[in-house]
Write a protein that binds this ligand. Structure first.
Ligand SMILES: [Fe+2]
Length: 186
């Protein structure tokens, strides 16, 4: 009688364990499904801008790193570090919404979008001719970023995406001011 009781206790524990495991697994599936629902909720314009802006911030970072190597002016290394943070902010959105990262595994000057590769070659060449040209390259990059961030903001529907783009826009205005002030002194 006692043995039968013990066996049924063990069976009960086993069943409880299986039920708990199944519950944990199904919770995981629900969470995963939640992530997919979010990804599906982005418009194609939003996805496309996330992909473009990830590489546009990378273009800025990569060009400024090259120009820092050339001219050894802290303005380029400081702003390159800021562009890295901008890249990271866009990457976090790509991950959150399940959009592929175009910058994955790409070194300095490497891009998925050939237009950015061409710009990298052109802008680093221009910026290597003189410090003034390097600062003008900075102005050009920041003005382009501001234009594109405004275009991206115009079609953004998600509050978190709008918030990140707003921060990036503010950063670009600060960088533009810094390059213009430096040009005026140069
Ligand atoms: Fe910038």
């Amino acid at each position: 009688m006692q043995n039968t009781f013990r066996i049924s206790m063990r069976k009960g524990l086993l069943v409880a364990g299986v039920v708990l495991l199944a519950a944990i697994m199904s919770l995981g599936l629900v969470l995963q499904a939640g992530g997919r629902v979010e990804a599906a909720g982005l418009t194609s314009a939003e996805k496309s801008w996330l992909t473009t802006l990830r590489e546009e911030e990378k273009l800025a970072r990569d060009v400024y790193l090259v120009l820092y190597e050339k001219w050894q002016k802290p303005i380029f290394s400081n702003i390159a570090a800021s562009e890295q943070r901008h890249m990271d902010a866009v990457k976090a959105l790509l991950v959150k919404y399940g959009v592929g990262d175009p910058a994955a595994g790409k070194g300095i000057g490497e891009f998925s979008n050939p237009a950015f590769r061409d710009l990298f070659v052109r802008l680093t060449a221009q910026g290597s001719t003189s410090l003034t040209e390097a600062l003008k390259v900075g102005v050009f990059i920041e003005e382009t970023d501001i234009e594109d961030l405004n275009a991206a903001l115009a079609v953004a529907t998600r509050p978190d995406i709008k918030r990140v783009y707003g921060n990036l826009l503010q950063g670009s205005y600060n960088h533009l001011d810094a390059f213009e002030a430096s040009l005026a002194k140069d």
